[in-house]
Ligand binder design. Structure first.
Ligand code: UFG
Length: 355
């Protein structure tokens, strides 16, 4: 019998890539998603890629009664990977209560349901944002966490603290918190990728949407940072590499290989690239000229952030396999495929109206 994993937020960007990796590693997947920032169509796309259609349960995890009802049906699951959360940094500063309520109530309800039905293994989707403004680079997991600038970031930090307390209070519950640096890229098939709601906040989707003509101009937030070209440096990581790390982390918990009840791992490549590095590589790979302009720094941005990834390399036996070119070319392929498909649908409906 296949081992069953519940993936909350499994229709989202990182969630959907992880679902594919789980299926390809012979797990049965149940997706819980409210589709607030994703679409049901993801299931069809996962099916095209894997030949398996994961079960989707549409549920608002803030509803504790519903959450428990669904967990009871799937109490034979051996683990949960929890992605479901709001993630727009800017929006979270405008609507802190929405973010605290959504991200933390969902987490509490999932943990309570796991507790009630004895599902012992939990992987948490965390972020490098928990390190705040780093004093030393590269950032190791031993770095003290600091209060993040945004409410979104703070939900991740508080969630890790909740996990710390909860895992200490239980003898039979283990968790791993995976701290992502900057996930970009898309599935190599071009069928699954990042689909931000409205105007993208993040660099990569903004670049691809500008290149395809949906956005007029990319604004580069600051070129007066103390970095080699003045623009901010980040550790970009391919989403398919991230997905693999979740499978490995879950296997670690299932096999009781974890050293402590709550472990933390940085997920990055350990390499830092500036905004201009990304723009230049994109222009080369896509053979398009990007319309961009340098403007003021964005509030809350740190000049430089990249990971020390030795712990994940040594302990999980995981390391990023895909380089910056693969990250950028897959993002571009996904954007082009997706827009082609939308245009086809639009052409079809225009024709139908004319008929
Ligand atoms: N940038 C631009 N123009 C844009 C968008 C971004 O110049 O239109 C710059 C940013 O200023 C930053 C870099 O590109 O220097 C990367 O920005 P992103 O928004 O893509 O990513 P961040 O590093 O700001 O945020 C990411 C995740 C967050 C997480 C944070 C943790 O998206 O979820 O890392 O550090 F909280």
């Amino acid at each position: 019998m296949k081992r069953k994993i519940i993936v909350t937020g499994g229709c989202g960007y990182i969630g959907s890539h992880t679902v594919i990796a789980l299926i390809q590693n012979n797990f049965e997947v149940i997706i819980l998603d409210d589709l607030s920032n994703s679409s049901k169509e993801t299931i069809e796309r996962i099916y095209k890629i894997t030949d398996v259609k994961p079960k989707l349960v549409i549920v608002d995890l803030k509803n504790d009664f519903e959450t428990k009802r669904i967990f009871e049906i799937h109490k034979d699951a051996i683990g949960v990977i929890h992605f479901a959360a709001h993630k727009a940094v800017g929006e979270s500063i405008e609507k802190p209560l929405v973010y605290y309520k959504n991200n933390l109530c969902s987490l509490l309800n999932v943990l309570e349901a796991q507790n009630q039905f004895g599902i012992k293994n939990f992987i948490f989707s965390s972020s490098a944002t928990v390190y705040g403004l780093p004093k030393k680079l590269p950032i190791t997991e031993a770095n003290k966490t600091q209060r993040p600038f945004s409410s979104y970031g703070n939900t991740k930090k508080i969630a890790e603290e909740i996990l710390d307390d909860f895992t200490k209070s239980k003898s039979d519950f283990s968790a791993i918190s995976l701290r992502y640096f900057n996930p970009i890229g898309a599935h190599e098939s071009g069928l699954i990728g990042e689909l931000p709601n409205g105007i993208p906040n993040n660099l990569m989707p903004y670049i691809t949407q500008t290149a395809i003509g949906i956005r007029e101009k990319l604004m580069v937030y600051g070129n007066d940072y103390p970095t080699r070209d003045g623009t901010a440096i980040r550790d970009y990581i391919h989403v398919e590499d991230l997905a693999q790390a979740h499978v490995i982390a879950m296997q670690r918990l299932i096999n009781n290989e974890n050293k402590t009840v709550l472990e933390f791992f940085n997920l990055g490549t350990g390499n830092g690239y500036s905004v201009l590095d990304i723009i230049n590589s994109f222009e080369k790979i896509s053979e398009t000229k990007l319309n961009y302009e340098v403007t003021d720094r964005r509030a809350g941005d740190v000049p430089e952030l990249y990971a020390e990834v030795e712990l994940a390399n040594k302990t999980l036996g995981w390391s990023a396999q895909k380089d910056l070119n693969e990250m950028i070319s897959s993002s571009w392929k996904w954007e082009q495929n997706f827009r082609k498909k939308i245009n086809k649908v639009l052409d079809f409906s225009i024709k139908k109206t004319q008929d």
